[in-house]
Design a protein around this ligand. Sequence first.
Ligand code: SAH
Length: 255
Amino acid sequence: MLPEVRPGRVLLVGAGPGAADLLTLRAARAVGEAQALLYDALVPQEILDMAPAHCLKIQTGKRAGRTSMAQATINRLMVRLARRGLDVVRLKGGDPSVFGRVGEEMDALRAAGIEAQVIPGVTAAAAAAAQFGFPLTHRGQARRVVLTTARLDQGGLAQDWRAAADPEATLAIYMGGAAAGAIRDQLLAAGRPATTPVLAVENAGRADARLFTGTLDGLAETVPSDLDGPVLIVVGEVAARAAVRAPALLTELAS
Ligand code: SAH
């Protein structure tokens, strides 16, 4: 018989929006001590470089439209590596609990009897708000924030848009960059006024972030269709408060 190996544990870690200094200290420590690192496409090289030289690094995700590793394969891989005794870090863009499949991965790890913990990260909506100076909630204007997605396989646009029609709700729409026209149609049909301020941020939290602003009726024109980076769409009165800051300050903060 082979000697028993003490199983490693798995940390499901939020890497934040793409700037290394927006990692939490706890996340940075986890990456710095990782023996195996499974990372998504949105995690920048700068953060991967924080892992020890001997750490096994495996990319699991590709950007929208390209083939990624199947979720079942990722789950199996995490279990196998942990069973070999490695401490595994599963690194995800933003916060693992926001469209990060953390529920599925936790279930798989628990079912396999592997110890797992989540380390939070700065989600794209928070990074975009901080960088371009608008709040997600605002007294008298935005009493709720809805984190939602336009991706059909995540529940899609046919979901309940009553909350979306609520004039006091800020909508933070993930994975919606390619569906701006459909989002506009659905929100107008749900009763959100055509004049509602909207914005889109590409690469929130990074030095090369870009802000696009407009109103709901022009959402499809506000969000360029050829953006390379990840895009977050924000719909609601708070979007009118966004302002491009001096590029020098942005670069200084993000560098
Ligand atoms: N867990 C992540 C979201 C993963 S879903 C988080 O908490 O941020 C991937 C989507 O998130 C992208 O399609 C985009 O809509 C959004 N996103 C992630 N990082 C982003 C960034 N730096 N800037 C803008 N949007 C981002």
